[in-house]
Design a protein around this ligand. Structure first.
Ligand code: NAD
Ligand code: TYD
Length: 360
């Protein structure tokens, strides 16, 4: 039975990936999920899998080398899938240091522990061991409104502390590949959306605010473009890269679904009105009148757009979920999990929201 070590599995994409993997492989695999449970990590996301015999949760910080080495020593890990990171650009602008610690140092620790556990005396690596580093298209910088795409060959040009820290972590992985022939892949994915996404990111924040009749904050002119991918399609891409990708290669993951932020907000409002029951009180306040233009994000990247040609040609990955279906599935999930939204927005969330938005 193959054993996976997933880092950051209690976060948005990591938890969706764990659900995806158990749906696909059921009892053929074992997953160890290591997560420090920061504000973004939530074990509620994994309630349905916590009793499985082939699932283990370890609360630990990826920058803690002893704790990580212990996991490698006590388990014969075959695959590492490395999600754990600080992931929100706005937070990175206010407090960059934790991004450097977790994203850069944490990745270095994970690489080092896997290398120590997997390297043989002759410097080669045990058969079948693989490390997948989950990264972002934001490392490539910003495209302009006129066009163009991010390819795997596009030079790195990160602008935010978040994307700079992810770029640094990618370079560390590349250095391990080049120096030690370490068996790793990197995936650079576009913006994800779907169940369990923390409401600091655009889509869940807009859904949550609209359902409460709160203002919908649009940064700048609202015409920044992001390339949105349903989270299950990302999970499938990660699994396919690890199974079929060429070791040492980078693969961009994205589904050619570019939309301006303002379009996303309008689609969410329309979809909410389409899906809410006719007698739901909230219909009275859900309208475009909630849209509020606020001060732009510092250094706001204009446009992201992935060219997924390589992963399609080499591996046969293609997205399955069209945006119009994915957004309905996401909104339906939030309707059915209002308690989830309530639990993640109680406590520190209000403080975060006030600090980030009050004087914007
Ligand atoms: P997230 O913020 O929802 O989850 C991050 C998880 O990592 C949380 O469970 C958190 O508790 C954990 N974590 C944070 N610091 C840790 C530490 N020091 N030690 C152990 N665990 C720690 O993030 P996400 O949106 O699920 O993103 C996951 C990965 O995918 C990140 O590496 C991110 O850069 C990348 N990515 C995200 C997107 C996106 O649209 N969200 C797109 C492309 C790539
Ligand atoms: P976000 O979800 O934070 O993802 P990223 O910055 O990693 O792409 O933001 C997506 C886009 O939405 C980005 O252009 C910033 C914008 N945005 C708003 O206009 N208002 C908001 O309240 C948030 C959170 C984001």
């Amino acid at each position: 039975m193959r054993t996976y070590l997933v880092t950051g599995g209690a976060g948005f994409i990591g938890s969706n990936y764990i659900h995806y993997m158990f749906r696909k492989y059921e009892n053929e695999i074992r997953i160890i999920n290591v997560d420090a449970l920061t504000y973004a990590g939530n074990l509620e996301n994994l309630k349905e899998v916590e009793d499985r015999d082939n699932y283990t949760f370890v609360k630990a910080d990826i920058t803690d080398k002893d704790a990580m080495m212990k996991i490698f020593k006590e388990n014969d890990i075959d695959r590492v899938v490395h999600f754990a990171a600080e992931s929100h650009v706005d937070r990175s602008i206010v407090d960059p240091e934790v991004f450097i610690k977790t994203n850069v140092l944490g990745t270095a620790v994970m690489l080092n522990c896997a290398k120590e556990a997997w390297e043989k005396e002759d410097g080669t690596f045990a058969e079948g061991k693989k490390f997948l580093h989950v990264s972002t298209d934001e490392v490539y910088g910003s495209l302009d409104d006129e066009g163009g795409y991010f390819y795997e060959t596009t030079p790195y040009d990160p602008h935010s502390p978040y994307s700079a820290s992810k770029a640094s972590s990618d370079f560390l992985v590349k250095a391990y590949i080049d120096t030690y022939h370490f068996p790793a892949n990197i995936t650079n994915c576009s913006n994800n959306y779907g169940p369990y996404q923390f409401p600091e990111k655009l889509i869940p924040l807009i859904i949550n605010n609209a359902l409460h009749g709160r203002k919908l904050p649009v940064y700048g002119d609202g015409k920044n473009v992001r390339d949105w991918l349903y989270v299950d399609d990302h999970a499938k891409g990660i699994d396919m890269v690890q199974e079929k990708g060429r070791i040492g290669e980078t693969y961009n993951i994205g589904g050619h679904n570019e939309k301006q932020n303002i379009e996303i907000i309008e689609i969410i409002l329309e979809t909410l009105l389409e899906m809410l029951p006719k007698d739901d009180e909230r219909r009275k306040f859900i309208s475009k009148d909630l849209i509020t233009y606020v001060t732009d994000r510092k250094g706001h990247d204009r446009r992201y757009a992935i060219a997924p040609d390589k992963i399609k040609a080499e591996i046969g990955w293609e997205p399955e979920t069209m945006f119009k279906d994915g957004i309905k599935k996401t909104i339906a999930w939030f309707f059915e999990h209002e308690d989830w939204m309530e639990s993640v927005t109680s406590g520190d969330y209000q403080k975060y929201y006030d600090e980030m938005y009050q004087n914007r």
